[in-house]
Design a protein around this ligand. Sequence first.
Ligand code: GLN
Length: 483
Amino acid sequence: MLRESVTRLREGLRNKEYSARELVEASLARIDEQNGKLNALITVTPESALVAADAADRALAAGDAPDLCGIPLVHKDNFCTDGVLTTCGSRMLANFVPAYDATVTRNAASHGAITVGKANMDEFAMGSSSEHGHFGVVRNPWDHERVPGGSSGGSAAAVAAAMVPLATASDTGGSIRQPAAFCGITGMKPSYGRISRYGLVAYASSLDQAGVMGVSAEDCAYLLKAISGFDPLDSTSVQRPVEDYPAELEGALKGLKIGLPKPYWEGLESAVADAVQAQADELVKLGAELVEVEMPNASLAVSTYYLIAQAECSSNLSRYDGVRFGHRCEDPKDLQDLYRRSRGEGFCEETQRRILVGTFALSSGYIDAYYGKAMRARRLISDDFTAAFEHCDLMLSPTAPSAAFKIGEKETDPIAMYLADVNTVAVNLAGLPALSTPGPQVDGLPVGGQLIGPYFSESRLLMVAHQLQQATDWHLQVPEAAA
Ligand code: GLN
């Protein structure tokens, strides 16, 4: 039952083929069986989930069930959950229990979704492999020796292993799309401002955006609709009506121009490019037309992103001082000692590296040469997209340059790790929506194709992914352990 689509689960619940309690119990049983191996979840919340399931069954019986009534899901552990541990994968917040809900978790609940747990991640969402978290490495359900991608590796692994049909995640530079690609599921990062960031613990505020993961584009459409919308508590959320994404999946591809951004197809494993080319060919069969588009400033994206993201993280993470939030060292000698040791103990090496680089890039005497220059490059990168969208309606590229890599393979080489994000970071610099949808596998490992659209084209992206998924069965492949 956990492998069914959300549409089917909604039917099953409404037709009383099973109850919400049975569905949630199945999810909890699956978590019990799989989580020891995958380490996808940091916290499991069976008691509150079963209470919510019984309430869902009452709503279903009364015939006033909201859209996602009774559907289990997990939230990435950087979304605040009232009364439930929210660690951000960090020792710093290892015992942080928020007193309020993020807008995302509140919206999901008010649409009837049931939280069964909180998903593992790279510390403070910094990473591309889910190896940098205080709570240990997450394993890829397709091959336990490989990473699930990151930073939302726990959310992706939980969906791929059929613990839950849906998960929330966040994407600052690829953290939804790349793990979705590595785990063979669908993941969407909407336009900046589409979903409130209130209660999403900040990494790099001008890039962070919440989003969704599921087996299919259709499933993602339900959750996206539930959690999107203007929120007075986030001044960067956009006042614009939310479209009915599930109702708009049936469009036609005829005449749609799909741009292939040239640099995004270069310098990657050829088998990965072939797999995504097969997706492009399928889109042509459905009536789309392919055009090549230039992205002249694409080579600036990784360095620009890592500079801006690290500058913003150095500022956002300064709140963890051992006084107000999070970990505090034992017996501090004085205030300096308290700051130094609390932060030194609370943050992992990668987080510390980023805070140091970011602080340097913002320091007086260097800010113009580094941060100022990166902001100018950001504009050029964003202008590339504007120019490209004059020639096409959306773009297709490989999501990542390779399939899932081995655990430990890039751990000691931060630059190699950063390069895993070469095709995803520019989208965040420009604030655009994008999703990853599975293509044919390479050597038994999933590969994702990334669809990128103009601002607020979420409906069109989901429609195209849905049509592709209707015509193929790449998104229905299941890892053996989860079959
Ligand atoms: N891998 C990128 C980083 O480490 C992106 C992370 C994310 O999107 N949260 O910054």
